[in-house]
Design a protein around this ligand. Structure first.
Ligand SMILES: NC(=O)c1ccc[n+]([C@@H]2O[C@H](COP(=O)([O-])OP(=O)(O)OC[C@H]3O[C@@H](n4cnc5c(N)ncnc54)[C@H](O)[C@@H]3O)[C@@H](O)[C@H]2O)c1
Ligand SMILES: N[C@@H](CCC=O)C(=O)O
Length: 522
């Protein structure tokens, strides 16, 4: 079975079924309301109700969607006990069984994709095409990893005969229990990070983002229905500080897979190996730069930058955060860019025509508002830098030009719809300045000169790079084709998600040798 990306919207559009896409999504917007106004438990085999609660709030209008539990240290302890007792029997079911379980789960998610997409719109504010692309990516992760595991026979290999009477195997075995700590911005990341350790025979405690607990909870229930035993998959919603810290400090934890900001990621990375070395896959932030040279097709560049900077309100780790523009086209490109950006208004993501959604929560909204004086001080604000005074968290796309390399706006990940513009003279200089940033996640170049593109690819210290990509200058990696990997402060492993190498990180090698009587191999 060859791997194929789900790409729901594009497929339905090509098949002339765009109207059906919109109808089904709009029906789902109504249908998922049946989940609202309820309280959901934590799950450690049984359902657990905790003393303290958290609220799931919609960025669309600030309304409460549901109530979740704030997990206690006792629940963390209970989860680690149960999961440690059970992960071996899950591993010994074999890689084919585990892969088939996840292929089944992928089918189940595919059947319910409109429901999950609509839920994401309510929970993290994605518009319909972004929300569906996110669910599609989750389905892709499960299928890609299942096929990767089968194709590589669980990564087990016969390693030969060191001596004539010996036979050896290299087995790839699980570490035990992985803590999965997930971000708000991609449901697919929760899916991928949960699938990686489980499909390789580990157990998982999932600590979801408090901004998308409902989609995460329903996903865990879906996995249980698909055949992942409850004894190897626990769900603990709660505060990152409490649950995350309790998990990584516990000697019973086997490893960590985290996606989120670099401050939290680096802290957990150090913490988990304080006493014993343990695998820590930490995917972290980005400060993603796009280069526009004098040889660029400016129409393509404007489209690619706008989509990458303001798609999902700049809340993708791959979002174009800075654009470096060569002096010969600087003024013209800026005029074109600002003209396009000024047409974009933030609005309710449930509406068909909405491109720019609200930011995810009040903290993000306040962060944007508090940044406005800094933007005005550090550069020339060409558009935006204003918020909407209405329920929900609506802010305008912002472009700030003429920034210097040491500006706060340039050196820090903002994770908001704010794009900084810098001028450069030579491509060598632009690449050097980009390489001086702490992060190295994604990036792009617009140039019709193959030599310039070659120079950029050969010299840029960034994990995921694109040339002339109007559909997203630095965003929109497809599982399988574009492994998603951060260099430098953007990631701790140098291996990508949706990549051939991803699963091996959840496994440790065991060399197993049987010695036969000497005369069996004369
Ligand atoms: N490199 C990638 O592939 C990638 C992908 C998506 C997002 N990101 C990054 O994620 C960030 C945005 O996501 P976010 O706002 O959810 O990130 P975040 O760091 O605030 O939170 C991530 C997770 O960590 C938990 N957490 C928070 N504080 C904690 C603590 N002290 N101890 C343990 N856990 C804690 C949170 O509850 C959440 O589940 C951005 O920096 C973005 O660039 C990176
Ligand atoms: N994989 C996504 C980004 C994920 C992080 O937020 C992209 O390629 O745009």
């Amino acid at each position: 079975m060859p791997f194929e990306n789900e790409t729901t919207f594009v497929r339905m559009q090509k098949q002339g079924r765009e109207a059906e896409f919109h109808e089904r999504y709009e029906r789902a917007l109504e249908d998922v309301r049946r989940y609202f106004g309820k309280e959901y438990p934590n799950i450690v085999v049984r359902d657990i109700t905790e003393e303290r609660k958290i609220k799931d709030v919609s960025p669309i209008d600030g309304s409460e969607i549901a109530t979740f539990q704030l997990a206690s240290k006792e629940s963390v302890g209970e989860a680690l006990d149960v999961l440690n007792r059970n992960y071996r029997s899950w591993y010994w079911k074999g890689y084919v069984h585990r892969a088939m379980t996840f292929l089944r789960a992928a089918e189940m998610l595919s059947e319910r994709k409109f429901e999950f997409a609509a839920l994401l719109t309510y929970e993290n504010g994605k518009n319909r095409t972004e929300a569906m692309a996110d669910v599609d990516e989750g389905i892709d992760f499960m299928r890609y990893y299942a096929l990767n595991l089968i194709e590589n026979q669980g990564f087990n290999r016969f390693t030969g005969r060191g001596y004539d009477n010996e036979e050896s195997m290299s087995y790839m075995k699980p570490y035990g229990v992985f803590a999965v700590i997930a971000p708000f911005n991609f449901f697919a990341i929760t899916v991928g990070m949960t699938t990686g350790p489980l499909i390789t025979g580990n157990a998982v405690v999932l600590k979801p983002s408090s901004d998308i607990p409902l989609a995460s909870y329903l996903f865990v229930r879906l996995l249980h229905e698909a055949g992942v035993p409850k004894e190897v998959l626990a769900f603990l919603s709660g505060s990152g500080g409490v649950v995350g810290t309790a998990l990584v400090e516990d000697p019973r934890i086997g490893g960590l897979v985290f996606t989120g900001s670099k401050d939290v990621g680096m802290k957990l990375f150090h913490k988990i190996s304080e006493k014993v070395p343990k695998p820590a896959i930490t995917e972290m932030g980005g400060k993603d730069c796009v280069v526009v040279t004098n040889r660029a097709n400016l129409d393509k560049a404007v489209q690619g930058v706008i989509r990458a900077a303001f798609g999902y309100a700049g809340q993708k780790c791959s979002a174009a955060s800075l654009v470096f523009v060569q002096s010969g086209v600087y003024d013209r490109f800026l005029d074109m860019l600002v003209k396009e950006a000024s047409k974009i208004k933030p609005d309710d993501p449930r509406k068909k025509e909405t491109f720019l959604n609200p930011v995810v929560n009040r903290d993000a909204f306040e962060k944007y508002r508090n940044l406005i004086p800094t933007l005005q001080k550090e550069g020339r604000v060409l558009t935006g830098a204003r918020v909407e005074e209405r329920p929900g968290f609506y802010v305008h796309p912002t472009i700030v030009a003429d920034l210097s390399d040491d500006a706060y706006t340039v050196r820090n990940e903002l994770f908001l719809p704010i794009l900084g513009v810098l001028k450069f003279s030579t491509l060598e200089e632009a690449v050097r300045r980009i390489n001086s940033l702490d992060y190295g996640l994604t990036g792009g170049i617009f140039s019709e000169d193959p030599e310039e593109v070659r120079y950029y690819f050969e010299n840029i210290d960034v994990g995921v790079v694109y040339a002339n990509r109007a559909r997203g200058a630095s965003t929109g990696a497809m599982v399988g084709s574009q492994p998603f990997v951060g260099w430098k402060l953007s990631g701790s492993t140098g291996k990508g998600t949706g990549s051939y190498y991803y699963l091996q990180q959840f496994l440790r090698e065991q060399a197993v040798t049987v010695a036969h009587p000497e005369d069996i191999h004369p």
